[in-house]
Structure formats: structure tokens, C-alpha cells
Design a binder for this molecule. Structure first.
Ligand SMILES: Cc1cc2nc3c(=O)[nH]c(=O)nc-3n(C[C@H](O)[C@H](O)[C@H](O)COP(=O)(O)OP(=O)(O)OC[C@H]3O[C@@H](n4cnc5c(N)ncnc54)[C@H](O)[C@@H]3O)c2cc1C
Length: 330
């Protein structure tokens, strides 16, 4: 059962009134090194192979993110970018610590620039807190500086979007005489339903009536806007670390390779209300989550699955891997 009236969860996409395939919950791309996940998903779809190139709007310029040598060339005068190229180990992914600890002052300056113009403002907007109060482990996936010209956002072996969209992939997945689906049904409206095994994919704190307190989520509100232009952006996703209230603007057509008249932009507004998009997996929430997961582990025939069930900041491939591991264990 799903409380939504559609399958696909956060990956849900649909054709709008102008026949444009819109990803309703922001831009989604499968990016994974996991052969098992890739082979499993490939049973249900063909793929449009797509490498995300993300730009950041920084001080009036559109600059490739993560920061790489192209970004350095776009941002700084030639003499400075030349000196950066002299100071780096080519192809290395630099952490902030490595940039700041370097004996080359150019790398220290580059670190400060990226931190002040990209990381700090974007994270503050994303998490709604001053930088000092943000648990830095929430940013462990992001590379501050890539010392090469690779401007792909992800570097995983497989990067693609389902050819006919995510909703079609998931409808194909559940299209079996062994599967009955109830859409638009909230589990909490059927608390006494009988089951042999229950796999719960919603918020684990709610499942136990918040008995150890609520887990924190960062919410996002999505706004979609139609334009008559063929394309509005030069790339699928543009980040706005400093300007405006939204963090990102995406244009589905780049991701889906759809050729249509007109286009749709999706704006992401982070906030404390609306739709729970990101788990705030900091120390306090981790401790609380572990208490909930302990009850699950000690309850026969009850399982949790996915990002909300496990309260984990996961990409779709990690959520799929979790589901495959769980079903393998039966
Ligand atoms: C803006 C944004 C962009 C993202 N981009 C990417 C990306 O490019 N690539 C990527 O790999 N990942 C991306 N992710 C992460 C990705 O969306 C998730 O990892 C993935 O969708 C998690 O799948 P899931 O099945 O665990 O959770 P969900 O997709 O949230 O599915 C949970 C399901 O459980 C149902 N449910 C919950 N509670 C109940 C209830 N009480 N009763 C009945 N049903 C219930 C929900 O309706 C939902 O269908 C992005 C996330 C966000 C927020």
C-alpha cells in the first residue's frame, strides 16, 4: 500500500498538461557503482545515459560544481588559475583541510573562496541553520575541489535516467500477478490490519508514535513553472548558494532528453514545513533513530526499508540496495 495515489515515491514523475515529463520531487538521476542495483533496475527499463553537469550561480557567473579546474578558469584571472595549476596534484579530490593545510597560499585562497561562496551559504540555506551549528558529517558526500577538468557532478560507473521515466520503471516493477497494490491508503488509517510480515517504508518515529521523540527532517517545497521557450537553462541543474530563497532550479527536459515545445523549471525551497526531504542525520538524531531501530530489530515479522524507515540520507541506489538486501534475507 502507498499513501500516495501513485507509485515511485520521491522519484515520481508525470506528464503535465503540456505533455512535458516533470520530476515532481526534484531532479533524479540514478548514479551507482553497484552492479546488483544496476542490473536489477535494468530489468524494468531502458536507459537514457545522462551525466549531470551542475552549475553554481556565483557572483553573477555560472560556474561548474563541484569546483574543478574549469571553474577556477571561469572565476579567477589567468595568472591566478595558472598558479593553482602549478600547485595541485592533478586529478586529486581535495578536502577543505588539504586546501587549507597546503603550503601553497593559492590553494588556501581557493579553499576560502569555495567555502565562503559555495559551501557555507548553500549549506545554511539547505539546512536552515548558521554554518557553525551544521553537523559537518551531513556534507561528507560533497567534494570541495576536483583538480581536473571533469565537470560531471557524479563520477559513478552507471549514471542514467529511465528512458520512459521513473514512474514507468516502478509501475513495471510492480506489474505482477503476485502483487496487489492499494494506492492512496495510509498505513496509519489501518492500524489493526493483519499481516504475516510488515515492511514499513514511512517515518520510523511515527511508526512508534514518537515514543523517543521526533526525528528531525529538512523539508523542501517544489514549485514548477512552465515556459514557452524550448530550453530555459544550459544544463539540468543550477545551484543558487547565495541569491534567492531557492537552492536549486532544475529543468527536467535535460534529464529526460524529451524533445517538446516549451519547458518546465522546478524550484526547490528548503524549509521546516511541507514535505520531509532530508533526514538530519546528526549525532542527536542518530541516537534517537537507533532506539527506534532497536525496537524494529526486536519485533518479529516487522521490517523497515528505505530512507524514511532507516532514517538515512540515501541516494536511490542505496535505497534499492537496502530493499534487495532485505528481501534476500527472507
Ligand atoms: C530533491 C531531491 C533530489 C534527489 N535526487 C536524487 C538523485 O538525483 N539521485 C538519487 O539516487 N537520489 C536522489 N534523491 C534521493 C532519493 O529520492 C531517495 O533516496 C529515494 O527516493 C528513496 O526511496 P525510498 O523508497 O526509500 O523512499 P520514498 O521514495 O520516500 O518512498 C517511501 C514510500 O513510502 C510511502 N509511505 C510513507 N509513509 C506511508 C504510510 N504511512 N502509509 C503508506 N505509505 C507510506 C510513501 O508514500 C512513499 O511512496 C533525491 C532526493 C531529493 C529530496
Amino acid at each position: 500500500m502507498d499513501k500516495n495515489k501513485y507509485v515511485g515515491g520521491l522519484c515520481y514523475d508525470e506528464y503535465d498538461e503540456n505533455n512535458i515529463l516533470v520530476q515532481r520531487f526534484g531532479p533524479h538521476i540514478i548514479h551507482t557503482n553497484n552492479n546488483k542495483v544496476w542490473n536489477y533496475l535494468s530489468k524494468f527499463t531502458n536507459w537514457f545515459y545522462y551525466h549531470a553537469n551542475v552549475l553554481g550561480y556565483i557572483e553573477g557567473k555560472y560556474v561548474p560544481i563541484p569546483f574543478n579546474l574549469k571553474s577556477v578558469e571561469y572565476t579567477f584571472p589567468k595568472h591566478f588559475s595558472d598558479s593553482i595549476k602549478q600547485a595541485i596534484y592533478y586529478d586529486k579530490n581535495y578536502t577543505f583541510k588539504e586546501l587549507f593545510d597546503s603550503s601553497y597560499s593559492q590553494l588556501n585562497k581557493l579553499g576560502s573562496y569555495i567555502k565562503e561562496n559555495v559551501f557555507v551559504p548553500y549549506s545554511e540555506k539547505q539546512w536552515g541553520k548558521p554554518w557553525i551549528n551544521i553537523d559537518k558529517s551531513l556534507m561528507h558526500r560533497v567534494v570541495p575541489f576536483r583538480a581536473n577538468y571533469d565537470d560531471r557532478y557524479y563520477t559513478a560507473k552507471y549514471q542514467a535516467v529511465p528512458m520512459c521515466g521513473f514512474s514507468k520503471l516502478f509501475s513495471n516493477m510492480v506489474d505482477s500477478h503476485n502483487i496487489n497494490i492499494m494506492l492512496g491508503v495510509d498505513y496509519f488509517n489501518l492500524p489493526n490490519i493483519a499481516y504475516k510480515n510488515l515492511i514499513f517504508t514511512g517515518c520510523v518515529d511515527k511508526l512508534f508514535n514518537y515514543r523517543f521523540g521526533k526525528l528531525d527532517y529538512r523539508h523542501i517545497n517544489f514549485k514548477h513553472r512552465y515556459f514557452t521557450d524550448e530550453y530555459k537553462q544550459s544544463t539540468g541543474v543550477i545551484n543558487y548558494p547565495k541569491d534567492f530563497d531557492f537552492t536549486r532550479v532544475s529543468e527536467s527536459k535535460h534529464l529526460t532528453n524529451q524533445k517538446t515545445k516549451g519547458t518546465v523549471l522546478t524550484y526547490e525551497f528548503p524549509g521546516n514545513n511541507g514535505f520531509p526531504a532530508y533526514c538530519v542525520d546528526d549525532k542527536e538524531n542518530k541516537e534517537r533513530k537507533n532506539k527506534y531501530l532497536d525496537i524494529v530489530n526486536n519485533t518479529k515479522n516487522l521490517y523497515v526499508c528505505g530512507r524514511l524507515g532507516n532514517y538515512s540520507y540515501w541516494s536511490a541506489d542505496e535505497a534499492v540496495n537496502n530493499a534487495l538486501s532485505l528481501t534476500d534475507s527472507f
